[in-house]
Design a protein around this ligand. Structure first.
Ligand SMILES: Cc1cc2nc3c(=O)[nH]c(=O)nc-3n(C[C@H](O)[C@H](O)[C@H](O)COP(=O)(O)OP(=O)(O)OC[C@H]3O[C@@H](n4cnc5c(N)ncnc54)[C@H](O)[C@@H]3O)c2cc1C
Length: 400
């Protein structure tokens, strides 16, 4: 078997793997990006890019594409479905801390596909579709990676391997790293429609978290569609959950006349809260969903994966370019694992509790908490800094 040589192999050309590959290739580092699919997935999952992520992505010249393709959403709402109460937050208030005081609402595939196209043009990078990483072996001087091509097994010897291969990461499984946490009992159903929800629900923001003990909702606008995310009854089969009857019921309850609403997608997701016990072992590192999973409330999964990529790049680049004597990337692991636990996991679990809270005392407390935050300038600013992910990055920087 022929052995190829390169400095870094990355498994997975999702948003996180493509960002990592672009950072490395632009720093003149040889990188081979292996993707098991025939192209970057046309994924319906992430649609929110937070302000610090937009700033980071400027470094690889991709933010302007997201601004072109996406919608600027400075305002987002926490809504109570039963009472109709709305608590509004406006990221424009952070105009003094960021060049991008808004979320960009843009499907994640625009990022990975544009970066994959860019990688094809950089001499130091190679992106290989239809290549599944099968296994690897590491020793003190490097990693031997085996990938399945269309007609043969490929062997690549590299200095470092990065697992950006998503929730079911083979890289994480081969390392034998535990993935502790839990899975929500209910599935999440994501429906998309061209029906203009704002015509039926006055004062709708582009991003809305609607709490309800019976049926909470996330209503998100992307340029061509509304996305409606609801919890799905775990007792039903996937076919039943994607049926016309379920779709019609959801839109009947939301805007009336659900029969008339046409959907473009009806996608089911299992949702988890899990964190790998370690994000690095020897010459192998994990980033993105391979390292951590969380519910989508707040839009933190992909964003935090991109933050992992920037932190890992900061650790690896001096080692690879010969400016560091040590091959230790422990700081990357400590920083990113700590903020994953303290921020991403904690905040998304709390956001989910807010969505489900029942009537009575719990509901009143939640509403009072939110209103108190909104009405106090210092608390509101602190809340916006946290939800926009600035705090998590500052916390990471403070760890040595
Ligand atoms: C409904 C929903 C809404 C969401 N909304 C948001 C949001 O608004 N904002 C946000 O930040 N996050 C959001 N997320 C989370 C976000 O989608 C993920 O965190 C993000 O896709 C992770 O990116 P990734 O590149 O790590 O993994 P993935 O996107 O899963 O990409 C992994 C890639 O690896 C490839 N692969 C897998 N195994 C192998 C192998 N052995 N060899 C080669 N390639 C392999 C796969 O084909 C895939 O292309 C949402 C999630 C859901 C379910």
């Amino acid at each position: 078997m022929k052995t190829e040589r390169c400095q870094i192999v990355i498994a997975g050309a999702g948003p996180v793997g493509t960002v990592m590959a672009t950072l490395l290739a632009k720093a003149n580092i040889d990188v081979i990006l292996l993707e098991s699919g025939e192209n970057c997935a046309m994924d319906l999952r992430a649609s929110t890019f937070h302000p610090p992520t937009l700033e980071m992505l400027e470094e690889i010249g991709i933010t302007s594409t997201l601004l072109e393709k996406g919608l600027k959403a400075p305002v987002y709402h926490w809504r109570d479905r039963q009472s109709g109460e709305v608590v509004e937050f406006d990221l424009s208030e952070l105009g003094d801390v960021t060049r991008h005081p808004y979320r960009i609402q843009c499907e994640q595939y625009h990022l990975s596909r544009a970066l994959a196209d860019g990688l094809e043009k950089i001499a130091k990078a190679e992106i290989r579709f239809n290549r599944k990483l099968l296994s690897f072996k590491q020793d003190e001087s490097g990693v031997s990676v085996f990938a399945e091509g269309l007609h043969s097994i490929e062997h690549i010897r590299c200095d470092w391997l990065i697992g950006a291969d998503g929730a079911n990461s083979l890289v994480r499984k081969w390392l034998g790293i535990e993935f502790d946490g839990f899975t929500y009992p209910e599935k999440f159903l994501c429906l998309t429609t061209e029906t203009e929800l704002a015509d039926h629900l006055p004062n709708l923001a582009l991003v809305n978290y609607v709490s309800d003990p019976q049926e909470w909702l996330v209503l998100l606008r992307v340029p061509s569609l509304w996305r409606v995310l609801v919890p799905a009854d775990d007792g039903m089969s996937d076919d039943e959950l994607r049926s016309d009857a379920i779709k019609t019921g959801i839109f009947d309850r939301l805007i009336g006349n659900g029969d008339a609403v046409k959907t473009r997608h009806r996608t089911l997701y299992r949702v988890h809260q899990r964190v790998a016990k370690s994000f690095a072992e020897g010459r192998v590192a994990l980033i993105g969903d391979a390292a951590h999973l969380n519910n989508p409330l707040g839009g933190f999964g992909m964003n935090s994966g991109i933050h992992d990529a920037f932190e890992l790049f900061a650790a690896l680049e001096p080692i690879i370019n010969g400016r560091s004597n040590s091959a230790d990337i422990g700081l990357f692991d400590r920083r990113r694992r700590k903020v994953t636990h303290d921020f991403t996991q904690a905040q998304t679990i709390q956001n989910m509790e807010y969505m489900k809270v029942g009537n009575g005392a719990a509901h009143k407390k939640r509403r009072n908490d939110m209103e108190a935050i909104r009405d106090n300038d210092d608390r509101r600013r602190a809340y916006l800094m946290r939800q926009a992910m600035f705090d998590s990055l500052a916390q990471a920087k403070a760890i040595n």
